[in-house]
Structures are given as structure tokens and as C-alpha cells.
Design a protein around this ligand. Structure first.
Ligand code: FAD
Length: 510
């Protein structure tokens, strides 16, 4: 039977069973579409990264003998919309069957269901064969439970996949080394040079510009540094194992003005586009640890396993459990606009300036910059989570809704009312100073709460606690913070609140 199989831009899984055999009756369909470039304003490196990876993937399929119909962004017959692209290609190939892999985004899931309902030919779906859990597995796991604790899901995953286990017990006797993973980086140990690429994507950049796609951020297209093929992706992973894993856990929460990547792997784009899978990633990392036993501590490896086997699969499960209502949740009723400095890094707050500038320059920030700098500020300034989401969904090369939304609205903005975080991730300047060197070169004082040069994080923090007290009053995990708030003298609290109001009203100039 003549079959048309759709491959979406984030479904670049070379190991998928679809490609095991070549078949003249099967055509694979891939398309660069305005529908996908325009649903949010993406970073230019993200558009380049996805398009180039898709082109490389299509070329590799063809080299293996598969038939591919590929629409480039400016092709004349590219209608830019999934529905007409599918129907036109069905007609052109005389396909009698249409198949697609289950999308990871709710938006595309809905659209493809609608499209296939209207098709007159046979249709079928396939799994992407990427994740270690099914869409529904987390929902099943937490059935009847009030709290969806990541830690219990993580332990279940460790046991189920027999990862870092010693029989029924965790290897080394502990499930979690989170507390030892909080070192500040002070110039040592040396951070190896980043594993980047130097690809010339200026031709593709011109095509994207000619198409009129609106983007954010900057790029040196003559020297594009993200992986865009499976070979690249594997080399990033190998580089991580050999050079960065040894200190990964220790410095996971560290921040530094001169070191953008520290010991982070930067494999999220390769993983989220599916050029590499989570299973093989864990195998490689653990394999490297086993081979180099003694040199690498278990805590470094466990820190990484927790992110990929725990957090990543957990976020995906939460997404499918809670969508579509999750995308509109705003439990704290936050309504302020996102400050304009999020789009140009033009702020005198050193931590925000560095984290945002880096995001605009590299389409990347590591987890603690996203959570404790930009996310923390947005939440303390009581920003509308819809605006926060748009920013995170656009700016990062790894941002796909299933993992962006859960991290942003859930973990970072507490907009789900604590479904996945038992307390909001908020901190004053104290924590920022503890984990990095941003404060040392900042015009604001991290130790002052009020006055012209007091760090805005401090007044915003106490103001947030004061204003949200009715919401958090019964939350046990907030009781210490609220009792500290009670100790602030009324006059000082008044001054804190006035300064916070001024900052929120005029974030660029206070
Ligand atoms: P490393 O620090 O080296 O970690 C290794 C891998 O673990 C990552 O590549 C990623 O696949 C996984 N991982 C780590 N933390 C998480 C997490 N919280 N959730 C899911 N997977 C995780 N990650 C995305 O992939 N896409 C997003 O759009 C995204 N948006 C975020 C928004 C906010 C507000 C926050 C706080 C976090 C977000 N994250 C997102 C999670 C995390 O910040 C990134 O996965 C990580 O920074 C990617 O860089 P890395 O590959 O160097 O990660």
C-alpha cells in the first residue's frame, strides 16, 4: 500500500523502527512551515537549528534509500500549513495510507487528530520511540495521590529501568545527592573549552530572512555552534562524558559572569529534537562512569541521571496529565507585564543582565539561571505567566511546549498552585550571591533591603511574601519565610513595599 509518513521537526529519531527497512511504497514527508516558525517568536538560532537538523535528517534518510518529500521554507509549492501540505502530498504521491508519530505538543496532537478525521484514506499513528515513559504512565503512577512528588516518580523510574541500583536498593545507599550538588564555582576546577561547532549556516539564514520570519536574539551564522546531526549530537554527549561529567553534580547550581556553560552538558536541543534518546544518553553516561570508576563520583552521575530519567520524563508526564488547562493556570493571579529588559538585557542588575544577554546571544541559559534569576525575578515581580511562557518558549533552543510550559508555569512561576513544586522557587539576593559572582560586580547591594542601591530582588522578595501571605499561610514549607517576614518592623516593611511598587511600575528605571 502506498503510504505517506509525516516526520515533524522534533521527531528526528534515527533509530525509529520506521527506518529499519526501505520500501518504495513509503514516502516520508518533512516541511519547514510558517505555522511552526510563527506560533511564538523564536530565537533565530532555534529556527536555524531545527531547519538545518531537519535538512540533515532528510538527506541521511535519502542516503539510506528512503524516499523523502521535503518542503523548504521558500519552496513555491510550500503552503506553510500542515493540513494543506499533507493533503497536497497525499494527492501527489497517490498515498492510500497516512501515518504520523504521536506529537509531543498538545497543539499538534489536536491538529493532527482533526486533519486525519477529515482524510478519506486509512490513517495510523506510531509512537516516537524516544521517551522512557508513555504519555499516560505518570498519570497511572500517581492515581489517587494528592501530591505528585518528583522524587517518588524518580525512584520508580530508577527501579523500573534498573538504573544505578544495587538489587532493590539505590547504588551507594542513597537515592539523592541533591544537597551535595550546591557548590559555588570560584575559578576552579578548570572548565574545559566548550564543545561547539563552527558551521556556516549563512545560506539558510538568508532563506529564513527572505521568508520574512520574525525572530529574536542574535547569531553568528558563519559559525553556528549547536549540533545539527546525530553525529554532532553524539559528539556533544561524548564530550560531556569525557570532560564535564566529573564535576557536573557539584556545580549544577553555580553561576558565573565569565562562564556561561560551566559543567552543563548542553544536550537538551539534541534530546528534544530526538537526534539522541534519553536511554542511550543514560547508557553512555553510566557506561563512562563504570569504565572510569574512581575518577568520577557517584554523586556527579546521580545528579545527571536525576535530570534525564527523573525531571525530563516527569515533566512530560505532567504535561499530558494536565493539558490543556495547564496552559492557562495562574493560581497566584499575577498580572504585571514582563519588563522590556527581558528582550534586550538592558538592566543594571548584573545577574539579570548576564543571564538575559547570554540567552539572546546563545539561545541558552542553564537551569539555575532560568530558575533563580529570570524566573525568580518574573515571579517576585508578579508577572503574568502567559507573558513569561511566551518568553521562555521563544528564546531557548531547547524550548518545546511540553517541557517549557511545565518548567515555566509549574516549577518556576507556581502558576499551578503547587502541583509540582511544594513551595515557590523564590529567593532574595542572598541566594544569588551564595551561588555565583554576579553580585560582586553589580551596582546594587545584595545585603540591603531598602534605599536607592538596595538589590531589587530583596524588596520584591519581601513584598511578594507580604502580598501572597493569604495564599501561603497554611503552607508548612513557607512558615519559616513567613515568620521572618513577621520580624520586619512596620516602617521597614512600608519602605520595602514602596520600593517594590516603584520597581514593578518602572522596571527599567528606579
Ligand atoms: P544539563 O544541566 O546538562 O542537564 C542535562 C539534561 O537534563 C538536560 O539537557 C535536560 O534534558 C534534562 N533536564 C534538566 N533539568 C530539567 C528539567 N527541569 N526539566 C526537564 N529536563 C531537564 N528544558 C528544556 O529542555 N526545554 C525548555 O524549554 C526548558 N525550559 C525551562 C524553563 C524554566 C523556567 C526552567 C527553570 C527550566 C527549563 N528547562 C527546560 C530545564 C533546564 O533548564 C534545561 O533542560 C537545561 O538548562 C538544558 O541545558 P543542558 O542540556 O546543558 O542541561
Amino acid at each position: 500500500m502506498k503510504t505517506l509518513r509525516l516526520i515533524l521537526g522534533d521527531q528526528l529519531n534515527h533509530n525509529h523502527s520506521w527506518y529499519r527497512e526501505t520500501d518504495d511504497r513509503v514516502t516520508y514527508l518533512m516541511a519547514e512551515m510558517r505555522q511552526e516558525t510563527d506560533y511564538v517568536t523564536h530565537h533565530i538560532q532555534k529556527v536555524l537549528g531545527f531547519f538545518q537538523s531537519m535538512r540533515n535528517f532528510a538527506a541521511e534518510l535519502e542516503e539510506k534509500g528512503h524516499q523523502v518529500k521535503y518542503f523548504r521554507i521558500n519552496d513555491e509549492d510550500n503552503t506553510q500549513q500542515l493540513e494543506s501540505i499533507i493533503s497536497n502530498t497525499i494527492e501527489a504521491t497517490e498515498a492510500e495510507c497516512f501515518e504520523y508519530q504521536l506529537p509531543d505538543e498538545y497543539r499538534l496532537d489536536l491538529q493532527l487528530k482533526e486533519i486525519t478525521q477529515n482524510l478519506e484514506i486509512k490513517t495510523a499513528t506510531a509512537d516516537t520511540e524516544h521517551f522512557l515513559t508513555s504519555r499516560e504512565e505518570l498519570t497511572e503512577f500517581f492515581k489517587g495521590k494528592k501530591q505528585l512528588l518528583m522524587e517518588s516518580f524518580y525512584r520508580y523510574m530508577r527501579k523500573k529501568h534498573n538504573i544505578l541500583m544495587d538489587g532493590k536498593e539505590p547504588e551507594g545507599g542513597k537515592w539523592n545527592y541533591d544537597k551535595s550538588n550546591r557548590k559555588k564555582w570560584k575559578g576552579e576546577p578548570e572548565i574545559p573549552h566548550e564543545r561547539g561547532f563552527r558551521k556556516d549556516l549563512s545560506g539558510l539564514l538568508k532563506e529564513i530572512e527572505d521568508a520574512g520570519v520574525e525572530t529574536i536574539g542574535t547569531v553568528d551564522a558563519g559559525s553556528f555552534s549547536w549540533p545539527t546531526s546525530r553525529a554532532d549530537a553524539l559528539s556533544v554527549l561524548n564530550y560531556f562524558c569525557k570532560n564535564l561529567l566529573v564535576h557536573f553534580g557539584d556545580y549544577q547550581d553555580a553561576m558565573h559572569t565569565k562562564e556561561k556553560f560551566l559543567f552543563h552538558s548542553r544536550i537538551s536541543f539534541a534530546l528534544n529534537s530526538k537526534m539522541i534518546g534519553p536511554g542511550e544518553t543514560l547508557e553512555k553516561v553510566i557506561g563512562h562512569y563504570r569504565k572510569n570508576g574512581g575518577e568520577i563520583e557517584l554523586s556527579q552521575v546521580e545528579g545527571f541521571v536525576r535530570q534525564v530519567l527523573g525531571w525530563r520524563e516527569y515533566m512530560r508526564g505532567i504535561y499530558w496529565k494536565e493539558m490543556p488547562s495547564y496552559a492557562n493556570r495562574n493560581e497566584l493571579d499575577n498580572k504585571n507585564p514582563l519588563p522590556s529588559f527581558f528582550w534586550d538585557a538592558d538592566t543594571r542588575m548584573s545577574c539579570l543582565h548576564h543571564s538575559i544577554k547570554q540567552s539572546l546571544d546563545d539561545a541558552y541559559a542553564h537551569h539555575i539561571q532560568r530558575l533563580m534569576i529570570t524566573g525568580n525575578y518574573a515571579l517576585l515581580a508578579q508577572t503574568d505567566p502567559a507573558e513569561v511562557d511566551q518568553w521562555y518558549l521563544g528564546i531557548y533552543i531547547d524550548a518545546i511546549e511540553w517541557v517549557e510550559l511545565t518548567n515555566t508555569r509549574g516549577m518556576s512561576q507556581f502558576a499551578d498552585g503547587g502541583l509540582l513544586a511544594t513551595k515557590p522557587y523564590v529567593s532574595s539576593a542572598n541566594y544569588i550571591n551564595k551561588m555565583g559572582n554576579y553580585c560582586s560586580e553589580c551596582k546594587y547591594s545584595h545585603s540591603k533591603k531598602t534605599g536607592e542601591n538596595a538589590c531589587p530582588f530583596n524588596s520584591l522578595y519581601w513584598n511578594f511574601l507580604h502580598e501572597k501571605r493569604p495564599y501561603f499561610k497554611d503552607n508548612q514549607r513557607m512558615s519559616l519565610m513567613l515568620s521572618l517576614l513577621d520580624k520586619i518592623e512596620p516602617d521597614e516593611l512600608k519602605a520595602i513595599r514602596e520600593r517594590a511598587a516603584k520597581i514593578i511600575r518602572n522596571p527599567g528605571n528606579f
